[in-house]
Design a protein around this ligand. Structure first.
Ligand code: DQA
Length: 150
């Protein structure tokens, strides 16, 4: 059995990675990202389970399910819901599962409406701007946090 269980959670339109605005999000597909995070997870003794949805409520449900499953940590790219979703913020605040927010792009350097994250204040921190690599950095940060605190 692995030391930690980590939920890799992805929000709307990320199923289109690889073809979606590659000049912003890169050419790596979501399946490739998931595979890379799982490989790194094995090295760091983390079991990685993954879920993607375009539906806000399904993401809320998955977060509350993670609480019942005693998931140790979450890596979360809420995508556009980052900037709009009180429901996702409340879900993270409710379950108190340590969460690292991830973005492929540097949201601080893009449109003004992307500068604000509603989910970041209830997360441990954010890694943004490194493309697919952001997810791997997030897993390293989360695993280090769990090693210190669990
Ligand atoms: C994103 C940034 C968001 O602003 C955008 O809505 C996304 C992707 C990113 O990973 O860079 O869908 O979360």
């Amino acid at each position: 059995m692995k030391k930690f269980t980590v939920l890799l959670l992805n929000g709307p339109n990320l199923q289109l990675l690889g073809t979606r605005e590659p000049e912003i999000y890169g050419s790596t597909t979501l399946a490739d990202i998931v595979a890379r995070v799982k490989t790194l997870g094995s090295e760091l003794d983390c079991e990685v389970i993954d879920y993607q949805s375009n539906v806000e409520g399904f993401l809320v449900d998955r977060i509350s399910q993670a609480y019942s499953e005693k998931v140790d940590g979450i890596i979360f790219n809420p995508a556009a819901y980052t900037h709009t979703s009180v429901a996702l913020r409340d879900a993270l605040a409710a379950v108190k599962i340590p969460t690292v927010e991830v973005h492929l792009s540097n949201i601080a350097g893009r449109d003004e409406f992307r500068h604000k994250s509603l989910t970041l204040p209830v997360s441990l921190g954010v890694i943004a701007g490194f493309g697919a690599e952001s997810y791997l950095l997030a897993l390293r940060a989360l695993a280090a946090h769990l090693d210190k605190t669990k």
